[in-house]
Design a binder for this molecule. Structure first.
Ligand code: RUB
Length: 318
């Protein structure tokens, strides 16, 4: 039940944002595991695998989701005693949740070092990690101002401006297409990431790449705040990140579409910003140029080739 409920909430975006999705999946596995203490090892593993498959199928782009699930369930393969299996799984799940929360605050502190007093910052979508940097700078007493985009079609910008406003940060709310118009007033762009590939490309909310391009044109720094579990190990094998395309209903209601017989509505949720347009990636393990993505995957995620053979499909696109 908990797994189905969480899966549904992720699918409908009641739970959204790559970090929150990952933590919710780990929490669902933890709670589900507690309900399975009466099973034998084979039955327990079967149920956990089924739950993991369901959770990982909910949204295809945020690599945090399969990374978190893999971390929690993969060592199950080596267990031979069911009590040890569920104890270890539950510890790994709660450990992941704690580390993920800690990572966001470390990123906030490191990110704030890249912000100067008086900076005007542009952010896009609603990223906990990106907001942590902005909030940390504000808490240190820096006088900063933010441009926050609306984020069509799901309006995640509304969540962002509420957080910024509640914190007492001067905020300008703009439509997505106004980002380039205002870029001349901006000192720094900060966004989050749903996935980062081995060549340093950043996959984030649709519109991010246009903002990065406009920032590049205006020589404005573009930095990405992302926990290390947003890096995509399987891109080492040349796999690409699958870009989620959601229902056209989010953009144009079916009754309007039915009158437009020659119109196809396309609704990609994320886009790819090439490494050339990214200055820095702020992680909990330090601040990296995008060119060092391979090092992060190898050294921080500790993924080896065996891990790359897992079934979770991370990829496809561009
Ligand atoms: C959310 C989004 C966020 C990243 C990073 O998209 O693009 O920028 O997930 O967020 P959606 P965080 O609303 O479609 O899930 O830093 O919170 O993990």
């Amino acid at each position: 039940m908990i797994v189905e409920e969480t899966a549904q909430k992720i699918r409908t975006m009641e739970i959204r944002g790559a970090g929150r999705i990952a933590r919710a999946a780990a929490q669902a596995l933890l709670e589900y595991s507690r309900n399975l203490h009466d099973r034998d090892l084979a039955g327990y593993c079967r149920e956990i695998q089924r739950a993991a498959d369901l959770l990982v199928s909910t949204r295809p782009t945020a690599v945090s989701l399969p990374n978190a699930i893999n971390l929690v369930i993969k060592p199950l393969m080596n267990e031979s005693v069911v009590e040890v299996a569920w104890k270890n799984l539950e510890e790994r799940a709660s450990g992941f949740i704690k580390r993920s929360e800690d990572a966001v605050s470390i990123i906030g502190a490191l990110g704030a070092r890249n912000i100067r007093d008086g900076d005007i910052i542009l952010t896009h979508c609603n990223s906990e990690a990106a907001l942590a940097c902005i909030l940390n700078a504000h808490q240190q007493g820096m006088n900063i101002e933010v441009y926050a985009t609306e984020v069509r079609p799901r309006n995640q910008g509304h969540i962002t401006i509420k957080t910024l406003s509640d914190a007492g940060i001067k905020t300008n709310f703009i439509v997505d297409s106004a980002a380039r118009h205002f870029m001349k007033e901006v000192d720094l762009c900060i966004t989050g990431a749903d996935a980062i590939t081995v060549n340093g490309s950043v996959i984030n909310k649709i519109g991010t790449s246009q903002i990065a391009l406009a920032a590049h044109e205006s020589r404005v720094s573009f930095i990405v705040a992302a926990e290390t579990y947003k890096f995509a190990p399987r891109t080492i094998l040349g796999e690409r990140i699958l870009i989620e395309e959601r229902t056209p209903d989010e953009i144009l209601p079916p009754e309007m579409r039915s009158e437009l017989r020659n119109v196809t509505v396309r609704n990609p949720t994320f886009d790819v910003t090439p490494a050339d347009y990214v200055d820095l990636i702020i992680t909990e393990a330090g601040v990296y140029p995008p060119e060092m993505a391979y090092t992060v995957i190898k050294e921080q995620l500790n993924w080896d080739n065996a891990d790359l053979s897992t079934d979770y499909p991370y990829c496809e696109e561009e």
